[in-house]
Design a binder for this molecule. Structure first.
Ligand code: SAM
Length: 228
């Protein structure tokens, strides 16, 4: 059984022929994607041998060694020679996600879908995607042991991303909160807005620097309460 975080990520994957899961670790995402018939084949990539050994055991146990190829490599670099249409990167920092994407600029627009779940700096990843012609198709959020995780599904698009047309917010505010989470009235996003308001209000006494961020979360909280 997949964790709530991994289920949220997988729920964003559209059916595809070939999927690459970067920073795969245990390979649970590509295993579930192939076992459920969402992806026909998958490549699971990790930088280190130890996680790949566990991935290999899990893939063999699932009886999917014919459909899932394990590769050792840095980020998306192995995809310069292996062609896929869908990419997942989950459970690493937002800075690392961006570094991985920037290492292969010619490839990024060739993917039909990218499902990204950075553990940190979600706003930076959304901003990077918006600047690089990736449109935000959908988002899913979960809270696990008081920790907020959001996954974003991107696809190449022309012109301005329609996800950012939500009225009452500017683009930077939407990058922080998640335009699709707001539009769908996500319960996890409301909980996150409440937690951020609480945290940043407490910080105000010591560091009024966060006033703008607090105002954004308050706006999101008001919007999401209205949506419920
Ligand atoms: C916390 S695990 C995430 C596992 C899985 N994607 C998930 O969301 O549950 C992070 C994995 O990223 C791998 N990793 C770190 N830097 C990497 C890089 N530059 N390229 C590929 N894998 C990397 C690590 O070896 C580790 O297995």
């Amino acid at each position: 059984m997949l964790s709530a975080r991994l289920e949220a990520i997988l729920s964003l994957l559209d059916p595809c022929q070939r999927l690459a899961d970067i920073a795969t670790d245990h390979a649970l995402l590509p295993i579930a994607a192939v076992a459920r018939g969402i992806a026909q084949r998958a490549v699971a990539i990790d930088l280190r041998e130890a996680p790949l050994a566990e991935a290999r055991r899990n893939v063999e146990r699932a009886g999917l060694a014919e459909s899932i190829t394990l590769l050792r490599g840095d980020g998306l670099l192995p995809l310069l020679t292996v062609s896929v249409e869908a990419v997942m990167i989950a459970g690493v920092s937002g800075a690392l996600v961006i570094r991985m994407l920037e290492a292969v600029p010619s490839l990024v627009s060739s993917f039909k879908q990218l499902v990204l779940q950075p553990n940190t700096d979600l706003a930076l990843v959304r901003a990077w995607a918006r600047k690089h012609g990736l449109h935000l198709r959908a988002e899913r959020a979960v809270i696990v042991r008081s920790r907020f995780f959001a996954a974003c599904a991107f696809e190449p698009g022309d012109g301005d991303d329609p996800a950012y047309r939500l009225s009452g917010f500017n683009a930077e505010q939407l990058e922080l909160v998640g335009p699709r989470l707001l539009a769908e009235g996500s319960e996890a996003a409301l909980r996150q807005a409440e937690m951020q308001c609480e945290r940043l209000s407490a910080l105000q006494h010591h560091a009024p620097l966060h006033a703008e961020e607090l105002a954004t979360w308050q706006l999101a909280r008001r919007f999401l309460r209205g949506a419920g």
